[in-house]
Design a protein around this ligand. Sequence first.
Ligand code: FAD
Length: 474
Amino acid sequence: ATHLVWLRNDLRLNDNSALWAACRRREDRVIALFIATPEQWRRHNMSPRQADYIWRSLQLLQQGLAEKGIALHYHQCDDFNAAVSYLQQFCRERQVKALFYNYQYEFNERERDAAVERLLPQQGVTVQGFDDGVLLPPGSVRTGNQKMYKVFTPFSRACLKRLRDDLPPCLPAPEARADATADEPSTLTPFDYPRHSIDEQLFSPGEAAALRRLREFCRQQVADYPARRDYPAYESTSRLSVCLAVGTLSPRQCLHRLLREQPHALEAGPGSVWLNELIWRDFYRHLLVAFPALCKNQPFMAWTKQLAWQQRPEQFNAWCEGKTGFPIVDAAMRQMNATGWMHNRLRMITASFLVKDLQIDWRRGERYFMSVLIDGDLAANNGGWQWAASTGTDAVPYFRIFNPTTQGERFDKQGEFIRRWLPELAAVPDSAIHDPHGWAKKNHQRLDYPQPIVEHKAARQQTLAIFEAARKAS
Ligand code: FAD
């Protein structure tokens, strides 16, 4: 029988549940398909760098699959509806008997898969979906009342217990097909979507590079992660987020590799802090499934719908371009604009600045991040923004407002990171790097750097008033 593996954000051979299941019986013929949906990607604000990473990873995957005797077919259509129609046609033409894919958890993706699960069986195709891009299936980690956790710490505790009791396996790549037929793979024509070349030093496409980076990180860096992860000047985090977002790597591969280097990571030993970040990733995915409104531009906490956001087009542009006059915010935004990646601490600082200093709707920031980040991922991005905006579950309380200057002083004391991205501050001494205009004024210097676009203390008071008014109104 012909088995079809529909690849989406699981661009790998190893530990790929759908691919593994499709290859289980040696006598079946296995083919694979990737469908590009540029119009859908546009609606989801996928960044041109992520498109480039996918494109290059796909080429490598096609080679890898060919070595296993599996042809990767490729098609481009507009959106998910068109993809479902194409899939029906493809299955008919190739006499596919069984379709295999790994679930995606966003609302539109789930609607698409529901349509597939309704339509394909009508034409005699069995459909099998797998929970694959997570450590534990969404819906399977529940409170005593059988509900989804709304707070991270007990969720994390429950996950760790589950993982200790029953570690999910990590599947190998399938063996080469003995009866590989001369099925020609399609030529991969470039997506009809803007692509922005990625810096391959920072983000090498494909599964092999992801595995190399994972091994190196777990061997050399994970032990120092708790002490160094908050300082953007150090290269101390894994930078595996794009691999996990696009699926050149699975979270189970991360967990197994981590345990090999740090066997006590599941019992709060070394490595557990990094593992906790992988659990945050699962948490936000599980939340999307339990609360689909999160995929529809809705805040988690209903009362925050009343917040009186400001428009401020000029200040929004200054934030996007890294010209706010707050060095840590500007360096962070320029890092993201230039590379497609931003350090986690800086994502928190810049998000907080947009929402709590400029009083601009978090959804505009969320969209901007998505359109630039190489690792853009609805669950993590939405989770991060709703955390910073105090609209989410287990978010920072609204009255706790980051001071962008003191955050800079704490996490980039000497301005090592700031200097990398703001060459116009080269003459400013370390001790004044977080208040360059104060220094310039005292020393009669001219700086080619914007004045702060907002006065933090006053903005803080206004923000508190806006939140309090919304709370009273609801
Ligand atoms: P590491 O520190 O090495 O962590 C390992 C992995 O754990 C990451 O690759 C990521 O998959 C996961 N992870 C780490 N922190 C988080 C977190 N807070 N929430 C969910 N997963 C996490 N992450 C994305 O992958 N895509 C996004 O679009 C995204 N947007 C964000 C927006 C905001 C406002 C905030 C505050 C955070 C966002 N994050 C996002 C989470 C986090 O900043 C990145 O995952 C992390 O910086 C990626 O770097 P790394 O791979 O070196 O992480």
